[in-house]
Design a protein around this ligand. Structure first.
Ligand code: 3HC
Length: 688
């Protein structure tokens, strides 16, 4: 074995050279990997004893892409382009042997090889679009030449990888290797290819055509999904170029569009989120050698919407779940809804009937708290009432085995107060799921004053296993997400009294990139949550709407009127009520422009985020960005509220808040931490 450099080596046996990349964790194409691969290909190419080359990777995966940490830094030779060109032009036949994930630059490298073999569990894809980019090393030009323009369009704009079997059907993989015998298979494949006189197939020389109208139809069909994002359109343009331009010209188009995206704010935002997601899992100061607790059996209290949704997460991931509910009818109903949800997913083809039965088979429905005794984790998901929650935790303390984790799904209440009703506050934490809990990715893990480090770490790891993005929050009203939602809600309600209409506010927030505005969201959720006719004072707009039975989408009227297709139109009744409300409060309405709406809704949120950091209720600014991305639909291409503040400038945020301070001293007072960051001329992402 010859080491080419620290991360690549070359061995030759019976005429087949094996070039191995060994650069943990994911064999990303760092400068060293690029240098090693190119040098290895050249060395083997010149060696007369070598007939063919196998390119393979050590560790858990084939090359998982360009090294994202190198982005934005000066390029070190050779470029990935040069490496792939070197492979494709090699005088020896090159076979890529793929396991794990061949992603981005990794798949592009494999596409430069003359043949590709993969184990069935391997995944192949071009996920650049998720980083606000496009495959910039020939991927958009080679992929369509192999799988056709339509499939390539789907793959580059979704970024979703395909399994090796599917890849084989599409011609992207030439042969499937046995799961535990990839290298031997690839070597044999290369030997036979040479013996059979197979050509050194260069994808660049292949032709690609597209059905007439393919691109326009595709754009129209996906317009909603791509709204606001720059990268999908550029990816489409590259596939168009693959069809309409010769290879080299197409590559130049790809290069130009790639650079446009790479230097733009959107990609910076999306790359920030890629690292933010991974960073969020890490607990600063976690004692070395912390051992996580074993979680096998999970108990859920409450079979309502939240309890049911939470249970489904665990069932889908293979955990045994005992769900407890005091009321028999509610229990039956809850279990029925869970089955119904699974059946619906099965109808859509995303689950087999066996999987539905397997999941439901893991569920035990009970009316007795005693059945939770053997659980390793119990999550309480009853309605928001401190007294009831304290009683429940007091009982759990008596019943559940020592060492189990006791969690509350509260969205606002004080975890420390809840924990104080047990004799084991170190085992108590918050697990705040977002509705619908089986769909939304966010989980706020609330760390109480006494929560033990191993409890926190166990819950963080468990969250990942059930497919959630977990973010640690400290104890405060509304934790991270709902606490920041409050100022936005407050401003939205003030704005409509001062001169805007709900549809103005919603339009601005929607155009900013959220899936909907605050009033549309209120209509969707139902205006009568927490409202009752008996206690209504008829003072707030919400009271007045509910009293008129305008309770939101479900009654086909709320802030908007809805037709049978749930399409909304502004309501003249609401307009009338708002005008009256302004008059009653002696507010002289004025014209409010879009900029003011945006700044008052978003900058006050940023200010609250800064306060959260100041108080240490979030570990880092990027955690706040993750909360807003995964729990509230903040547009990924803006990177989350704190990253967005950095892009517009923290000084600018302070200036604008000060400008509004004339109207309210308290609502717009910049927090100390925001002021500090702005004065230092930096952003939140550069650390606390
Ligand atoms: N560059 C640099 N670091 C990377 C990386 C990359 N492409 N991919 C992963 N890493 C790092 C992660 O940040 C993480 O670091 P940490 O341990 O310090 O937090 C570590 O590798 C392990 O990653 P994960 O925790 O994500 O491990 P998983 O096993 O869950 O997932 C994976 C592995 C599926 C490969 C996932 O990491 C992934 O999706 N990576 C990104 C793939 C990608 O987007 N590639 C395209 C890059 S852009 C490109 O190639 C441009 C080209 O066209 C020119």
């Amino acid at each position: 074995m010859t080491a080419i450099n620290a991360v690549t080596d070359l061995t030759t046996q019976d005429g087949i050279a094996v070039l191995t990349v060994n650069s943990p964790p994911v064999n990303a194409l760092s400068a060293a990997v690029r240098q090693g691969v190119l040098a290895g290909i050249e060395t083997a190419g010149k060696d007369p004893s070598v007939q063919a080359i196998v390119l393979t990777c050590a560790g858990r995966t084939f090359i998982a892409g360009a090294d994202i940490t190198e982005f934005g830094k000066p390029m070190v030779e050779p470029s990935l382009h040069a490496v792939i060109k070197g492979i494709e032009a090699s005088p020896k036949l090159v076979v890529a042997a793929i396991h794990g994930t061949a992603l981005g630059g990794g798949l592009e490298t494999a596409l430069g090889c003359h043949y590709r073999v993969a184990v069935p569990s391997a995944k192949l894809g071009l996920p650049e679009v998720k980083l606000g980019l496009l495959p910039g090393a020939g991927g958009t030009q080679r992929l369509p030449r192999v799988v056709g323009a339509a499939q390539a369009l789907e793959m580059v704009t979704s970024g979703t990888p395909v399994g090796a079997r599917q890849a084989a059907e599409r011609g992207l993989v030439d042969a499937l290797a046995p799961e535990d015998g990839l290298l031997a298979f690839a070597v044999e494949y290369a030997r036979e290819a040479v013996a059979d006189g197979k050509p050194l197939r260069k994808i660049r020389d292949m032709n690609v055509q597209a059905e007439p109208g393919l691109f326009d139809t595709f754009r129209k069909a996906n317009a909603r999904k791509f709204r606001g994002y720059e990268a999908p359109e550029r990816n489409i343009q590259c596939i168009e170029a693959a069809v309409s331009q010769p290879f080299d010209e197409g590559e130049q188009t790809e290069r130009r569009l790639f650079m446009e995206l790479m230097t733009g704010t959107q990609s910076a935002a999306q790359r920030h989120l890629f690292f933010a997601e991974r960073e969020a899992q890490k607990i600063p100061g976690l004692p070395k050698g912390t051992v996580v607790r074993q979680i096998r059996k999970v108990g859920i209290i409450g079979a309502g919407t939240m309890g049911g949704g939470i249970s489904m997460n665990f069932l889908s991931a293979g955990y045994a779940v005992t769900i407890v509910e005091a009321n028999e009818k509610a229990l039956e109903r809850g279990v029925g809804i869970m089955r119904g949800n699974y059946e619906n997913t099965a109808k859509k083809g995303r689950l087999t009937q066996e999987q539905v039965e397997r999941n439901m088979g893991l569920l035990t429905a009970s009316m007795a708290f005693e059945d939770l005794a053997e659980c390793d984790l119990v999550i309480e998901a009853v309605f928001e009432n401190m007294q009831i929650k304290k009683e429940i935790f007091g009982r759990l303390d008596q019943i559940v085995r020592q060492g189990a984790i006791l969690a509350s799904n509260t969205s606002y209440l004080d975890i420390d107060e809840i924990a104080a009703s047990t004799k084991r506050p170190q085992d108590v934490c918050g697990m705040h799921f977002f509705s619908p809990a089986n769909v939304m990715r966010l989980l706020e893990v609330v760390k109480g004053e006494h929560t033990a480090p191993d409890v926190l770490e166990t819950v963080m790891q468990l969250s990942r296993r059930i497919g959630k993005v977990a973010v640690v929050a400290g104890v405060c009203h509304g934790f991270i997400g709902n606490r920041m939602l409050e100022p936005r809600q407050r401003e939205a309600n003030k704005l409509i009294l001062e001169g805007a209409m709900p549809w103005d506010v919603d339009r601005v927030i929607y155009d900013f990139g959220f899936p909907m505005g605050p009033f549309q969201m209120a209509d969707l959720a139902g205006l009568d949550i927490g409202w009752s006719a008996e206690t209504s004072k008829g003072v707030t707009l919400r009271d007045q709407l509910c009293e008129r039975d305008r309770r939101g989408q479900k009654t086909r009227s709320g802030f908007y009127d809805y037709n049978e297709k749930r399409e909304q139109t502004p309501s003249p009744i609401v307009e009338e009520l708002i005008l009256r409300a302004s008059a009653e409060r002696q507010i002289k309405r004025r014209r409010i422009d879009d900029q003011e709406i945006l700044e008052r809704c978003i900058y006050t949120m940023i200010n609250e985020g800064a306060r959260i950091l100041e108080e240490g209720k979030a570990y880092r600014a990027s955690d706040i960005d993750m909360v807003w991305l995964t729990g509230y639909g903040f547009p990924a291409y803006r990177g989350g509220p704190m990253f967005y503040a950095d892009t517009v400038g923290t000084r600018h945020v302070v200036e604008r808040l000060r400008a509004y301070q004339a109207s309210s001293e308290t609502d717009f007072a910049p927090s100390d931490y925001l002021l500090k960051v702005a004065e230092e001329g930096r952003g939140f992402s550069s650390g606390k």
